[in-house]
Write a protein that binds this ligand. Structure first.
Ligand code: ASP
Ligand code: MG
Length: 406
């Protein structure tokens, strides 16, 4: 059986007209003799509305009932898609998670798919049917409805592709694919043809808008090729695949930038074991996400400086926590808003010397000051003033030959 999984996101099924268009896309695959399994999200905006309703009933709305109400949007979308296909003469029906079943483990609101029973769907495919499966939902071993986290229908599609050994998993969305950088920030951004799972994960700030990061991790672990493409424009999208499938690696595949970051520096911290842990423990307890961290070499062996970045919305809370922390001593606390992290990402860096230098030189030529640097095997990040973000993006995008030729 040549199985293809087609997943449609909220905007792709956002209106009746769009659902009719989705039915057309599905029927084209069917005509090309694929066995088609469809996974749908709820019509855009619906899940949020349902959450609002639950909040109006109770500030502590029951978690088990939360899963029942928020998963209902998918039921509507699946029924409409199946209904349209039936109207066009195809054999189709909606499948809710408990009818298959798709078994999940873990807490309500944030379960994970652990098992999918294939027999009913395989039988249905053999009879020529097109199953339209509700994404985002599952059922646990107590027969309660569960959901797998916001944006979870991507993960549903990936796990269905895994269990059914699908040849391909296509994620239909409202963008044309993954871009070298955010096309809203840079006109010269290019659509990436092929990208590795690892790069895609590193590009979370770009990628998250395209696909839920957890689902990319699921695809990576299960070696499932994903194609991301637009349901509105007929053009090839972006293939997300394993590194060894990618020939002709560019040195840099994409560039990401953050917004609303702040920098925190502790000057003259006593240099002794356990200091860093004492600083970060209360932050993590308060769910403050620390991103870049650098500690200077202590010049006199007694004191050091420590700098890290956080989201600006956490700045006041962070300041208070540090000032109240009796386990650390420091001379000065410096806080700076309006910084931005620019990262260049690419597996090609591993084998190409001099990438770091090229990045720094490019920024230096534009007189952009680098405040903090951090690197991993396939990523180099620098912290700069927010006002320089656009200038840096333009320069780096050009330097690493990512500019659109059009
Ligand atoms: N409808 C769900 C949500 O809005 C799942 C999804 O869109 O993937 O989070
Ligand atoms: Mg969605």
């Amino acid at each position: 059986m040549k199985i293809v999984v087609l997943k449609f996101g909220g905007t792709s099924v956002g209106t009746i007209e769009k659902i009719k268009n989705v039915a057309k896309i599905i029927s084209n695959y069917k005509k090309r003799r694929y066995e088609v399994i469809v996974v749908s999200s709820a019509m855009s905006g619906v899940t949020n509305e349902l959450i609002n309703k639950s909040n109006k009933i109770s500030k502590n709305f029951s978690e088990t009932e939360y899963d029942v109400i928020v998963s209902s949007g998918e039921q509507v979308a699946c029924s409409l898609i199946a209904g349209r296909l039936i109207d066009k003469g195809f054999k189709s029906r909606s499948w809710l998670s408990w009818q298959i079943p798709i078994i999940t483990k873990g807490p309500h609101k944030n379960s994970r798919i652990s098992q999918i029973n294939k027999s009913k769907i395989i039988k249905y495919l053999k009879e020529g049917g097109i199953p339209i499966i509700a994404g985002f939902q599952g059922v646990n071993n107590e027969s309660r409805i569960t959901t797998i986290g916001r944006g979870g229908s991507d993960a549903s599609a990936i796990m269905i592709a895994k269990f059914f050994k699908a040849e391909r998993c296509i994620i239909y969305t409202d963008v044309e694919g993954v871009f070298t950088t955010d096309p809203n920030k840079l006109k010269k951004a290019n659509k990436i043809k092929v990208i590795s799972y690892e790069e895609m994960l590193e590009m979370a700030s770009l990628g998250a808008k395209v696909m839920q990061p957890v689902s990319i991790q699921d695809a990576r672990l299960n070696r499932i090729d994903i194609e991301v493409k637009s349901s509105f424009i007929k053009k090839p999208g972006t293939l997300i695949t394993k590194r060894s499938n990618i020939i002709n690696n560019k040195i840099v595949t994409g560039i990401s930038s953050t917004q609303n970051d702040s920098k925190v520096s502790l000057i003259g911290v006593k240099d002794k074991p356990g200091v860093a842990a004492s600083i970060f423990k209360p932050l993590s307890k308060n769910l403050i996400n620390v991103d870049m961290v650098v500690q200077n070499i202590s010049a006199n062996g007694k004191e050091t400086d420590l700098t890290f970045t956080i989201k600006t919305e956490d700045l006041n809370k962070t300041k208070k926590i540090i000032e109240l922390n009796r386990n650390i001593r420091f001379r000065k606390l410096l806080l700076k808003k309006d910084v931005s992290k620019i990262s260049i990402i690419g597996v090609g860096m591993i084998t190409t010397p001099g990438v770091t230098f090229r990045m720094f030189q490019t920024l230096a030529n534009k007189k952009i000051n680098i405040q903090v640097i951090s690197t991993s095997e396939i990523k180099i990040s620098v912290l700069i003033d927010k006002k320089d973000t656009k200038k840096a993006l333009i320069a780096l995008h050009k330097e690493f030959k990512l500019d659109n030729k059009e």
